[in-house]
Design a protein around this ligand. Structure first.
Ligand SMILES: [Zn+2]
Length: 71
């Protein structure tokens, strides 16, 4: 009887791990969005800033180094 309860508890574990993993991914998405938003604000305010992707020179038309664009 006790063994069955332990097996059930072990079987429940995988979904819990998936929930913890999806929660771990959310903060990194917010951080990336925050860094892009900060770069975009500096870009519009100063006409240029550091590229959040390659740390090159980011211009209003896009990055001069890796050609990524924030538009
Ligand atoms: Zn770049």
């Amino acid at each position: 009887m006790t063994a069955t309860a332990v097996e059930t508890a072990v079987a429940i574990r995988p979904p819990h791990n998936e929930g913890a993993m999806s929660r771990l991914f959310e903060p990194s998405e917010v951080t990336l969005e925050d860094s892009i938003l900060g770069a975009w604000e500096a870009l519009t305010a100063q006409g240029g800033c550091e590229c959040p992707v390659c740390h090159g020179e980011l211009e209003p038309g896009g990055c001069a180094t890796c050609a990524s664009s924030l538009s």
